[in-house]
Design a protein around this ligand. Structure first.
Ligand code: ADP
Ligand code: MG
Length: 567
């Protein structure tokens, strides 16, 4: 235009732009998220400032975002009717980097694309990410209440131009002139998918033109005009007050955003305030996914949002492995919006959010376990996810006792209990004088039930946990006690039934040992190196002999598992 003025970018911007274009290419679609989130920020700002200054709305308070693409011109525009920018603001915000430490950051870049991409991600890509896919960016903007607008144009080199424009609508339109080869971003479907993936729950409607079937319009005298339609949900469900939401709302949102075709089993929705502000909406599904135990299966259950902007769905940092079946959303108000995976690797804020969310999930499971009106729910849970939950005993030492309380076991007293016997119930019915919680591990229930190790326990009426899950050996190696009661394998070490044995029995045992010392000696000789020790036992009532593992050694069962695994 006639009044166009050239300006140079701050040196740092120039440098960052070059690096960004080269290093961030593999993450090029971030531009959509960045520009939509800027539009949403501008709407948030207008909404906030408008509270004090109604004139800013200019009579138009329907806040929204539009995305328009033009295949022929190879452009895509992100438009909002948010607060907009004045000329000075444009120069300040789209020509400089105000962040402290920018210089040091740029100096730390190495020229190695991969490393730099990480660092740039950490730093925050922001508006300049537009240049990853565009070789020219035009920003038309007018601040609410101002008479004239301003146009900013740059090719991402060293300069930008500014000119005054007439702009009837308040707010900002960012138009990307896409580089050759980036035509995909002029496709309606591709853009809709990006919006759905990254911005579905932005609290403002994002609208695109309807897709009109050309064939339908062919012989029409008056061809149909495409209207604007909303492509995102537009209201983040989790941010709405609990009291306004019903079960159907929660179930619909779950199916919509957690990729399940069934209703969830249960959920917990919390707004946490205080030193940390975040909201979580966490669901437990009705059914375990088929790859729950696939070590390569990628759990992506919980999505992280920052101020309603989707950040990532890499569940690892949001939920521990043993809760990998949990789905839903955590939305933080405190994490920086441009937070990257790398930052999240070691982030104390996130650790706190995660710890708080884990407590909520455990609380949710506890309330199912206590719910006498709907016992089916906990049964479903225990049968689908009980085995995974067990991993928590090892993985989450801090919550070990809480997790252990939620586990359910088949036992010699109650083989058919569904979902099983709790450790609390076990302790309640311990035999007089019994001090330990006894268990046996085996590959199958039949093998466990018929083990000769159980004979003495049957005789004494002592209940034994029957553990047949793959993880049980590993879990029991980490769970040494529950409520002050030690765990003891019936297949390991010398059998100490504590006070459950009478003095008389102990006497008898001693006598037997003396009498048999000769026989024991001969058996030892015959077996030689193959055993550590031979001893007289009273653990057997029917079988003549059994193999026992050393107290601190591997059980026969674990030894077999390791052998199978090729160890
Ligand atoms: P950030 O969003 O982290 O502040 P960006 O690089 O994304 O950084 O944006 C820089 C600044 O430009 C924003 O802080 C905002 O002031 C301004 N800006 C960008 N896009 C818009 C927009 N659509 N409307 C109003 N201001 C915007
Ligand atoms: Mg931004």
């Amino acid at each position: 235009g006639a009044n166009a003025e050239k300006h140079g970018f701050q040196a740092e911007v120039k440098q960052l732009l070059q690096l960004m274009i080269h290093s961030m290419y593999s993450n090029k679609e971030v531009f959509a998220r960045e520009l939509i989130s800027n539009a949403s920020d501008a709407l948030d700002t207008l909404r906030f400032e408008g509270l004090k200054n109604d004139a800013l709305f200019e009579g138009d308070s329907e806040l929204q975002i539009w995305i328009e693409q033009d295949k022929d011109a190879r452009t895509v525009s992100i438009c909002d009717n948010g607060i907009g920018m004045t000329r000075d603001q444009v120069m300040d915000r789209l020509g400089t980097i105000a962040k402290s430490g920018t210089r040091a950051f740029l100096d730390s870049l190495s020229g190695d694309e991969k490393k730099d991409a990480k660092l740039i991600g950490q730093f925050g890509v922001g508006f300049y990410s537009a240049f990853i896919v565009a070789d020219e960016v035009v920003v038309d903007t007018r601040r609410g209440g101002e008479a004239t607008g301003v146009r900013w144009i740059s090719d991402g080199g060293g300069e930008y131009t500014l000119e005054e424009i007439d702009k009837p609508q308040r707010g900002t339109t960012v138009t990307l002139h896409l580089r050759e080869g980036e035509e995909e971003f002029t496709e309606s479907q591709r853009l809709r998918h990006l919006v759905k993936t990254y911005s579905d729950h932005i609290g403002f409607p994002i609208k695109m033109l309807e897709e009109i079937d050309e064939a339908d319009n062919e012989d029409d005298e008056a061809p149909k005009e495409a209207g604007w339609e909303q492509v995102n949900r537009g209201a983040p469900l989790w941010a709405e007050p609990k009291a306004t939401l019903n079960d159907e709302d929660y179930a619909e949102f779950y199916k919509h955003s957690c990729h399940d075709y069934e209703d969830p089993l249960t959920w917990t929705h919390n707004k946490v305030e205080g030193s940390q502000e975040y909201t979580n909406l966490l669901y437990i599904p009705k059914r375990a996914p088929f790859d729950l135990f696939d070590p390569n299966g990628k759990a992506h259950g919980v999505k992280l949002y920052v101020q309603r902007v989707f950040i990532m769905d890499d569940a690892d940092k949001l939920m521990p492995r043993y809760l990998r079946f949990v789905k839903g959303v955590i939305d933080s108000n405190d994490l920086p919006l441009n937070v990257s995976r790398e930052i999240l690797q070691n982030n104390r804020l996130l650790d706190k959010i995660r710890a708080g969310s884990v407590k909520k999930v455990l609380g949710l499971i506890e309330s199912m376990a206590k719910d006498e009106e709907e016992p089916e729910k906990f049964k479903t849970f225990a049968n689908e996810f009980g085995t995974v939950l067990k991993e928590g005993v090892v993985e989450d030492y801090e919550n070990q006792a809480r997790i252990a309380k939620l586990l359910r076991f088949k036992t010699t007293t109650d083989e058919t209990a569904d979902p099983g016997v709790s450790l609390d119930t076990y302790i309640e019915r311990m035999a007089e004088g019994q001090e330990k919680i006894y268990y046996i591990t085996a590959d199958t229930m039949a093998e466990a039930k018929h083990s000769p190790h159980l004979e003495i326990f049957k005789k004494k009426g002592i209940e034994v946990l029957l553990l047949t899950d793959r993880v049980d050996e590993w879990v029991m190696a980490h769970m040494t006690e529950y409520e002050g009661k030690e765990f003891a394998s019936v297949a390991k070490g010398a059998l100490d039934l504590g006070d459950a044995e009478s003095e008389e029995e102990k006497e008898q045992q001693k006598k037997l040992e003396e009498e048999s010392s000769d026989l024991v000696g001969r058996i030892k000789e015959a077996l030689g190196e193959r055993v550590n020790e031979v001893r007289v036992t009273h653990r057997l009532t029917d079988s003549p002999a059994c193999l026992v593992a050393d107290e601190h050694g591997m059980s026969a069962h674990l030894e077999r598992i390791l052998k199978e695994a090729g160890q």
